[in-house]
Design a protein around this ligand. Sequence first.
Ligand SMILES: Cc1cc2nc3c(=O)[nH]c(=O)nc-3n(C[C@H](O)[C@H](O)[C@H](O)COP(=O)(O)OP(=O)(O)OC[C@H]3O[C@@H](n4cnc5c(N)ncnc54)[C@H](O)[C@@H]3O)c2cc1C
Length: 124
Amino acid sequence: MSQFLPLLVTDIHRTIRDAVVLTLQPEDPQAFAFKQGQYLTFKQDFDGTELRRNYSICAGLDDGVLQVGIKRVDGGAFSTFANEVLKVGDTLHAMPPQGTFSVGLEPDRARNYLGFAGGSGITP
Ligand SMILES: Cc1cc2nc3c(=O)[nH]c(=O)nc-3n(C[C@H](O)[C@H](O)[C@H](O)COP(=O)(O)OP(=O)(O)OC[C@H]3O[C@@H](n4cnc5c(N)ncnc54)[C@H](O)[C@@H]3O)c2cc1C
């Protein structure tokens, strides 16, 4: 069964128009240790309907914080909620980090990478 854990919203930073970066403090920091390229799945109740949405972790491994960036989509339930309703001090619920779209960090074995990206992605 999916496990959702509480995350306290400790900061909401408005970056560009219609986008926020949320800083989140997990009750269980161990459960939210992440690797580069991973994302969080949040669940939120909207008038009795549970929605689940994914957001990429946009903090670096050495930043010491857990952050996601959320761009408001016109008519979008979760992204509008995050941009317009969510407040510092609120609690969100998310599954531990998921995703395997990354390469391992091996400082001793530097290589050159060529990256291709598509879509309207907000998160590097
Ligand atoms: C792995 C992954 C990582 C992601 N990372 C990020 C990220 O870092 N940052 C980010 O901003 N997004 C990210 N996304 C996208 C994000 O998960 C959401 O899809 C996005 O925020 C929209 O969700 P929403 O609930 O706001 O919109 P929704 O409520 O899902 O609506 C989306 C659109 O559909 C329309 N719509 C909704 N219901 C209907 C209907 N019944 N009929 C017709 N139209 C309808 C809405 O008007 C809106 O335009 C990621 C997605 C994935 C899969």
